[in-house]
Design a protein around this ligand. Structure first.
Ligand code: ATP
Ligand code: MG
Length: 686
């Protein structure tokens, strides 16, 4: 019986309000507990239990903040539902039909209710880079980048805008508290943001922030809120500490009395304050949903061995503020986490590669191991070493497949066909053509915008000089896509054929990039329609890198490389953490305020608590910084992260490498993972 596997507190949370009778909907429930205490596990069991007790799986809404956490949550729910309910594929699919990130669910609901709130349902979604591009276009149009010396960059402008929107805070306060060095431009920023909002609306695009903002506004209408709220009997939220005020207000609007609402979270793992997430949501939950809110705390950790848990507890104990209490575990072990000193990043890469292979020889798969880091670029040297030694890996977080120029070009073609008013897509696309520069693209887009059927209008425009044939091909590709006759996913083949000669012309490594595009086509064929593909892809990119050596086939074993942010909610038997030095963690960019440093400490805690049996924190004694100063690249000497002061050394086994393990080059060579290249090539066409 599945309930017997749970401890009494977990069971209380799982059964909360479900025993009374089939139709009873439970009051609000908050589960607050530390890492690895079974929060996600409990949430997944609760879903299964609700279904057993007669809840309609299609009326269960499952949400979390980040994409990786959403994937992890869905995986667990699927597994546990399968265990509890037997492998009834229909029920499983139903239970996951409304599962995803807040942004993803928001996008779906907005399309459903678009007409009622004066939104064109054909809207496209801008990812962060598209948003920054649009911000940049307007920044230039307004002339700020020229007339105002040192005006904030497009990225900073977007960050300020996003912060104000997500925290529901007035611009002057955001500037004062978070971006004081930009405060002198308040007037210009206000104008910029007004134009930005106008541009998005006239182009019928929504950015990430809009998905929440529009959603919150939409449920501000009592009728719509009630309608959406009544579609879901149960709303369950994982990683609640990562939500911001907008998300909390959405939940409150959907379930004003908190009926059927379950949220789980851990204040010690709050690491998204840069997206305006606030621990206050957890702390205020009982008051917001009083007097009915129930609170369950969990205190037993099932994930890590005692020495790992002790070290993680010690790190977080030094935090200035904390609400969840320390965890205990029954998993004894004599192996303390290691603090490994290496000479530099190259040696760090070799150390990890060797250890990963050692572990593999001892029976662990690559997938049971992970390498974590604070910032995406920290893994560069390791990626090179892994590639060199033919070890397949997948990287979560950071520059990926979908961010590469050629893939973005293809997506722009599909997006522009979907929504010819999407200027960022159009602007990018037209400039692929020889002879078309920014001003021609702008003019063409202006003319298109004036017409009710923009693509027809485009067809009747004269080709710009020097781009005759290319222009004709471009227009006919768009017209063909617009008719939708080719059907999905054949359309993507049409776009690829159109793009192929440009790819050849623009990129030296056209062959590798072509392979990426074939892979994109394969991914696309998994989606029901162009619209669905574009929506889901912008919000939820499948993880892949464009580095061929690093892209394993689905059934292959591979090592996980991940930023800490993307490792949320997951666990591995052995975890390696790169660059545990000051400047990397805490990051140089985050040592301004106590709050920032505290968030960096929680990041280290999140990283350490991902490990089940083994944890290595690696400390290179020196590393490259990519100098923002005139000296360019240089080595600096590093010191161990301040989050592991001398008083905490007792929790670790200190060692240095290569002393830890010396081996000959021949031995290392012999232990390389062998890959059947032929199978991989065939796999590409499967
Ligand atoms: P995080 O804070 O990192 O998200 P969590 O609190 O969500 O962690 P889970 O990931 O749900 O914790 O659980 C951690 C591990 O403990 C998982 O491997 C899970 O299967 C296991 N676990 C949870 N509850 C139990 C239990 N009652 N008995 C045995 N194993 C359990
Ligand atoms: Mg979890």
């Amino acid at each position: 019986m599945y309930l017997e596997k749970l401890n009494p507190q977990q069971r209380m949370a799982v059964e909360h309000g479900t025993l009374i009778d089939g139709s009873h909907i439970a009051g609000p429930l908050l589960v607050i507990a530390g890492a690895g205490s079974g929060k996600t596990n409990t949430l997944a069991h609760r879903v299964a239990h609700l279904i057993v007790k007669g809840a309609d799986p299609r009326r269960i809404l499952l949400m979390t903040f980040s994409r990786r956490a959403a994937a992890e949550m869905a995986r667990r729910v699927e597994r546990i539902c399968r265990d509890v309910l037997g492998s009834n594929a229909g029920v499983m699919a139903d239970a996951l039909s409304w599962s995803g990130t807040f942004h993803g669910i928001g996008a779906r609901l907005l399309r459903d209710y678009a007409e009622q709130i004066g939104l064109d349902p054909g809207f496209t979604i801008h990812d962060r880079e598209d948003s920054a591009d649009l911000m940049n276009l307007i920044r230039h149009d307004l002339g700020f980048s020229k007339t105002e010396s040192r005006f904030p960059t497009k990225g900073t402008c977007l960050a300020i805008y996003s912060r104000a929107v997500n925290s529901e805070t007035a611009l002057d306060l955001v500037l004062r508290d978070v971006f004081p060095w930009c405060a002198t431009w308040e007037k210009q920023l206000r104008e910029l943001f007004a134009c930005y909002v106008e541009a998005k609306q006239s182009q019928n695009v929504l950015d990430y922030d809009d998905l929440l903002l529009y959603w919150a506004q939409m449920v501000g209408e009592a009728m719509i809120a009630e309608d959406i709220g009544s579609r879901f009997d149960h709303v369950l939220v994982d990683e609640y500490q990562d939500t911001n005020r907008l998300q909390a207000s959405i939940l409150l609007a959907l379930k004003p009395g908190g009926q059927g609402l379950t949220v789980v979270g851990d204040d010690a793992q709050s690491i998204y304050s840069f997206r305006a997430a606030t621990v206050r949501n957890i702390l205020d939950f009982p008051a917001a949903f009083s007097p009915a809110a129930n609170i369950v705390t969990l205190d037993r950790n099932y994930r890590s061995t005692q020495p790992i848990l002790a070290a993680a507890n010690a790190v977080i104990d030094l935090a200035s503020e904390r609400f969840t209490k320390n965890l205990w575990t029954e998993r004894q072990s004599s192996e303390r986490p290691r603090l490994v000193t290496v000479r530099d990043e190259a040696e760090q890469a070799r150390y990890i590669t060797d250890m990963v292979l050692d572990n593999r020889e001892e029976g662990l798969t690559l997938k049971q191991q992970a390498v974590l880091f604070r910032a995406s670029h920290h893994s560069g040297p390791l990626e090179v070493e892994l590639t060199r030694r033919n070890i397949p890996f997948v990287k979560f977080g950071g520059l990926k497949f979908l961010d590469s120029a050629h893939v973005k070009d293809m997506l722009a073609a599909l997006r522009f066909a979907q929504n010819p008013r999407d200027r960022v897509a159009g602007f990018r696309l037209m400039q692929i053509l020889p002879g078309v520069g920014p001003s021609t693209a702008q003019k063409t887009l202006d003319l298109m915008a004036e017409d009710a059927s923009p693509i027809t209008a485009l067809g009747s425009m004269p080709a710009p000089p020097r781009s005759g044939e290319d222009w004709t091909m471009f227009v006919s590709m768009l017209q063909e896509l617009k008719t939708g006759k080719a059907g999905w996913p054949a359309e993507i083949g049409l776009a690829r054929q159109w793009y192929a000669p440009h790819l050849e012309r623009l990129h030296e490594d056209a062959a590798t990039r072509q392979a990426d595009l074939l892979q994109l086509e394969q991914i696309a064929s998994g989606y029901a329609s162009r619209e669905r593909f574009l929506t889901e892809l912008t919000l939820d990119p499948p993880d892949a890198t464009s580095d061929q050596a690093g892209v394993p086939l689905l059934d292959e074993d591979y090592l996980i490389l991940s930023t800490i942010h993307s490792a949320k909610g997951q666990e591995w038997t052995r975890v390696f953490m790169l660059n545990v030095v000051d400047g990397c963690i805490p990051s140089d960019l985050a040592v301004g305020t106590t709050a920032e440093i505290e968030e960096e400490r929680r990041l280290l805690y999140v990283a350490m608590t991902r490990a089940r049996d083994g944890l290595d924190l690696v400390v290179p004694q020196r590393f490259f910084t990519y100098g923002q100063n005139s000296q360019g690249d240089r080595h600096v000497y590093a010191s161990r992260s301040r989050f592991i002061p001398a008083t905490l050394l007792q929790f670790f086994e200190a060692c240095s490498w290569p002393q830890v393990k010396s081996q000959t080059a021949a031995q290392a060579q012999a232990r390389q993972v062998r890959i059947d290249v032929g199978a991989r090539m065939r796999g590409m066409w499967r």
